[in-house]
Design a protein around this ligand. Structure first.
Ligand code: ZN
Ligand code: ZN
Ligand code: ZN
Length: 380
């Protein structure tokens, strides 16, 4: 797909299928249903994103055996009616001065008989407390805890968007290799990266990490006022949303000729990233991706310097389940999209990280959505 052709929009049928799947997963998890506040889960299930998340209750109610209902403040109803998935749910509005929890409570069906509902993590405490008061015998659990894989498996049309976002991020990387690094502040290179992401079709930039020299050894460093010098390693980690889906890629470049040690550490991380990628197969536990990448780094004696998990999921947000981390025993399923991003961080000196977004395919392997060279690029 070219960067200028937007993909066909999702249809009400797409959203209906997602809500049906969520309801089925909720039932499997022993829940009477789920309650979804504005945020990534609501975008995923209905395509609806209110312009502002406010103290006024907005909630999607998916209750077992009932049609989906979106409860909205009356003044938001015209916008909600325009949501891409609007044909797949019933709208119920409530006006200022009325009790929105009294409107919502009957929609939970068996509420009052000890039923359990999953609640999206970003639900305001105000609203959950209001529902608890209206339905004292109903209990609530975190949706992320109960259904961590709700958004994890992407369908073909979502994969197309993630591929397009990855390709755009790759274009931004190719472009950044041509800008000057030496003598410029990290924030200036970060601004170049952000501009490139937008130019290649992103609607939103979530992060532009430019970690030069010792700053690269801090994985949380974004970009600061440090002036990049000749001899610096520079970690570049950037991404955002394009057509509603995320990109996130990291390459580590060097200003001028690297030392033997810098080359060795970079090669090591590249080998670890490759090992993590090769571990990606349907049915394999997520933690095996972490183990495969970590083993390479640990065997080389740098295990203490790889200080984060190997990956995270990506979709309508740039960080979400599944996590590629020790202890995550859930299997990789075709259509899951996540990062493989090992790193080595030498405090006070430099860091190296290499990151691609990958998916597991039906025919058994991994597919990368970032395809720029992983060898160390030399920049000026
Ligand atoms: Zn150097
Ligand atoms: Zn990243
Ligand atoms: Zn990442």
């Amino acid at each position: 797909m070219s960067v200028t052709t937007p993909p066909a929009p999702f249809t009400a049928e797409d959203y209906r299928a997602r809500m049906d799947r969520a309801a089925a997963e909720a039932a499997d998890a022993g829940l009477a249903g789920i309650l979804v506040a504005p945020g990534p889960d609501l975008v995923h299930l209905t395509g609806y994103q209110p312009t502002a998340t406010t103290e006024r209750l907005t909630v999607l109610v998916l209750a077992a055996g009932r049609e989906p209902v979106l409860v909205v403040p009356t003044l938001e109803a015209p916008d909600a009616e325009q949501a891409p998935g609007a044909a797949a749910f019933t709208l119920r509005d409530w006006t200022d001065g009325k009790d929105p929890y009294a409107v919502t409570a009957p929609l939970l069906g068996a509420g009052g008989t000890g039923a359990r509902f999953g609640v999206s993590d970003n639900t305001w405490a105000l609203h959950l407390l209001g529902l608890q008061k209206a339905l004292p015998a109903t209990s609530y659990v975190s949706l992320t805890e109960a259904l961590p894989m709700l958004r994890a498996v992407k369908d073909a049309r979502e994969l197309e968007r993630i591929a397009a976002a990855g390709a755009a991020a790759d274009e931004a990387y190719r472009e950044i290799l041509t800008v000057r690094f030496e003598g410029r502040r990290e924030t200036e290179v970060a601004a170049d990266l952000a501009a490139a992401l937008m130019r290649f079709g992103h609607s939103q930039v979530d992060f532009t990490v430019v970690g030069s020299g010792p700053n690269g050894a801090n994985p949380h460093h974004e970009a600061g006022e440090r002036v990049i010098e000749r001899g610096d390693m520079v970690v570049l980690d950037f991404g955002g949303l394009k057509h509603g889906y995320g990109s996130d890629t990291t390459r580590t470049v060097h200003v001028g000729e690297p030392t033997d040690e810098e080359r060795r550490v970079h090669d090591l991380v590249r080998e670890a990233q490759q090992a993590g990628f090769e571990a990606v197969r349907p049915g394999v536990a997520c933690q095996e991706v972490d183990r495969a990448a970590r083993k390479v780094i640990t065997d080389a004696g740098y295990g203490a310097y790889f200080i984060h998990r190997t990956g995270h999921g990506i979709g309508v947000t740039t960080h979400e389940p599944p996590y590629m981390v020790e202890g995550e025993e859930r299997p990789i399923v075709p259509g899951m999209c996540f990062s493989v991003e090992p790193g080595v961080y030498l405090p006070g000196r430099f860091g190296v990280r290499i990151e691609d977004i990958v998916t597991a395919t039906e025919d058994g392997g991994g597919r990368r959505f970032n395809n720029t060279p992983r060898e160390m690029a030399i920049v000026e």
